[in-house]
Design a protein around this ligand. Structure first.
Ligand SMILES: [Zn+2]
Length: 183
């Protein structure tokens, strides 16, 4: 891993799959983000059982960090978002919270990519929901469309007790925070 940090772009390490124990490839990839810490992206996909793993790590000392970014225009949709497996992502205006969980993967995307991920969950809900739940999902879908058109300002907040998540914009507010005791 030290080698990867020293500028090597991509390192493949064989290791046992976390789900079935068969050997699979873990790919360590570094990515340089201007004016920011380099990040390490670790991913694996097991050919035997289909288990997938993805996580991100900042190549600096980890401390609990919160990033807050106000998305106000279409330009803001291209701002990079790095979310590690331990990051909680919230958009209060949409009532959306993505918490770390067993099935959760880290990702490197942009604001638009985050909205697309939420939209795909909402569309899944619309396949079966009825009544109030359906009304809520339809409302959320419309708000996401407005946010993607730059017509519905939202706030993106990521809290990560390991400091491995980030919103890469000079307008993003970066601050330390005290993780709640149950974390
Ligand atoms: Zn496997």
């Amino acid at each position: 891993m030290e080698e990867a940090a020293a500028g090597q772009q991509r390192v493949v390490v064989n290791g046992p799959c976390a789900a079935c124990g068969e050997e699979c490839e873990y790919i360590y990839q570094t990515e340089t983000i201007p004016y920011f810490s380099d990040i390490l992206i670790i991913s694996a996909s097991c050919p035997a059982c289909g288990y997938r793993y993805a996580n991100t790590q900042m190549l600096h000392e980890g401390e609990p960090l919160r990033f807050t970014f106000r998305v106000e225009s279409i330009d803001d949709l291209s701002v990079r978002v790095i979310r590690s497996m331990s990051g909680t992502l919230r958009i209060p205006e949409l009532g959306v919270e993505i918490e770390p969980g067993t099935a959760c993967e880290g990702f490197v995307t942009n604001v638009e990519g985050v909205l697309e991920r939420i939209l795909s969950v909402v569309e899944g809900v619309l396949c079966w929901a009825d009544g109030d739940e359906r009304t809520r999902a339809e409302c959320l879908k419309a708000e996401i469309a407005d946010a993607r058109a730059g017509e519905f300002p939202i706030t993106l907040i990521i809290e990560d007790p390991t400091g491995n998540s980030a919103i890469v914009s000079d307008r993003a507010i970066r601050e330390s925070f005290a993780p709640s005791p149950e974390e």
